[in-house]
Design a protein around this ligand. Sequence first.
Ligand code: HEM
Length: 369
Amino acid sequence: MTPPFAPKPNPSGSDPRPICVPCRLAAIGAVALALAGGFAYAAGWLTPARLTAPRIIDTFEAVAGPHPGYRRNHAKGLCVDGYFDSNGNGAALSHAAVFAPGRTPVSGRFAVPGGNPSAPDTSSPVRSLALQFRLRDGEQWRTGMNSTPVFAVHTPAQFYQQLLAAKPDPATGKPDPAKLKAFYAANPETQPFQRWVKSHAPSSSLANAAYYGIDAFLFTDAHGTTRAVRWAVVPDTPYAPITAAQQAEKNFLAADLDERLQHGPLRWHLLLTVAQPGDPTSDATLQWPDDRQRVDAGTLVIERTTSQEDGACRDINFDPTIVPAGIAPSDDPLLAARSAAYAQSFQRRTREEALHPEIHRTRPNGEPS
Ligand code: HEM
């Protein structure tokens, strides 16, 4: 009779040699070590000099100081809601549902760059608008746009160096002009941005600025043709430069926006600019020539504001690589770095909110929210 637990005969007829127990343990240990090593490498612990998202965000924190619960860059801002009315023209470039004729709800956020949520509005000449389009097929399109058509730097490493160069000197509380000058001299790619900022006074309002996606993206149409595209939203409200009185005010941008919205919604046109072969897609410091085809895809309508402490935008990570089918990121190296850095900033601020819900019961300037 065969004992109930006798080993089964090996059908191949070869010798089923058992693997030794220490060898098995060593193999398991090696896999665990490799996994731990992989995590440690990804976190940057093995290569402290490597540029990682946590390192970039640590540097933002070192430059602006601790502001728990707030975005590590573009920290000062407010939430907005509205919609996008597509006229259907964008469908010639992308089969994304947002370009079919009709209305798409939008939540967004106006902000000024920098890591301090109570900085004066004049602390930067740049304003920003981030948008989340909620498409009818359940997809989302998220974008973060600045009020300059070019970015200051070409690579994430340069961005990091610029951040270090702008770190306030403890003696003066302001960036050391010599360090900034040295950074700009060593990085001539920054010249188009500097020229643009010098020749364009900041707008008097968030409502009369144009906002540019800056990075290139790839649009694929219904026939499968892919083209490089950059987008911008251009205001119906005529541009006017910042006034002398506004220069002296700390928080004029939010007050101005609320006042304008009391008289009705504000509108921008979404313009899609199509690259020609050879136009750079991986360098956000370079504009494409002015004669490139432009498609007016419809109207962005902003209807109301809410505070960033309790509005819809608080819990949105405006990661620019979250795009619907029909749009894809280009080879611009800033895009992957932005995605990683925004995720790190989002993780830290939402964790702080969860652990300390009281931080958003008052706004950074002390007013109740
Ligand atoms: C390597 C380059 C860049 C890095 C590391 C970086 C980093 C960041 C970080 C950490 C945030 C805060 C995100 C959050 O917590 O939600 C942020 C916000 C933002 N960035 Fe960038 N950024 C980069 C390039 C750019 C570029 C090229 C643009 C313009 C096209 C841009 C536009 C914005 C906007 C509009 C916001 C505000 C988003 C919001 O209102 O929530 N950034 N950036």
